[in-house]
Design a protein. Structure first.
Length: 179
């Protein structure tokens, strides 16, 4: 049985045994989004068998949506803020969130993934592969500063080496202009 998590109209399906949390919705996170911290969190943290993933989902397939030039910096800040939140909750939190945070921070491997939907402009794989590779290079320049090497940039149309699958909500399909 999979664990499904919905983020902005996309369903991330994790295999059995994965622990998954939408930490950007935790009350601990919402408290630090205001002054003086203005912290932002990754959309999903997933943990399994000594591996943790920090996942930021972005969808630029809506009409008028454009990929910001500083996306890699924005995602890098979210990674940093998410790690800070996990540390605080692991150290001073309670209950399931504390246990989850301790498990995430105790993982042998920590991966960062930008799950990014962009228009393919009718070119199918060629339409997204180059743009995703460019975003991965830029994100790598930021995550490397934190000691995190080789981030992943994934897309529901062009599979990446990630342990989950993504499907888009068919009821929201008409809102997108990507294919």
């Amino acid at each position: 049985m999979t664990t499904d998590v919905e983020v902005d109209g996309s369903f991330f399906a994790f295999p059995t045994g994965w622990k998954v949390a939408k930490v950007d919705e935790w009350s601990e996170q919402t408290r630090v989004t205001k002054k003086p911290f203005f912290a932002k969190g990754c959309d999903v943290v997933a943990v399994h068998d000594g591996t943790a993933w920090l996942i930021e989902a972005k969808d630029y397939t809506y009409p008028g949506a454009a990929v910001p030039s500083d996306l890699h910096e924005e995602v890098g800040k979210k990674v940093w803020d998410t790690l800070s939140l996990l540390y605080a909750v692991a150290r001073w939190g309670h209950g399931e969130r504390q246990t989850f945070s301790q498990r995430a921070l105790g993982s042998r491997d920590l991966h960062v993934c930008l799950a990014m939907e962009i228009p393919d402009k009718g070119q199918r794989h060629r339409g997204v592969a180059t743009a995703l590779a460019h975003q991965r290079e830029r994100l790598d320049s930021v995550t490397r500063l934190m000691g995190l090497a080789r981030p992943t940039v994934s897309n529901s149309f062009l599979p990446a080496d990630v342990p989950w699958t993504v499907r888009r909500d068919p009821s929201r399909r008409h809102l997108h202009r990507d294919r």
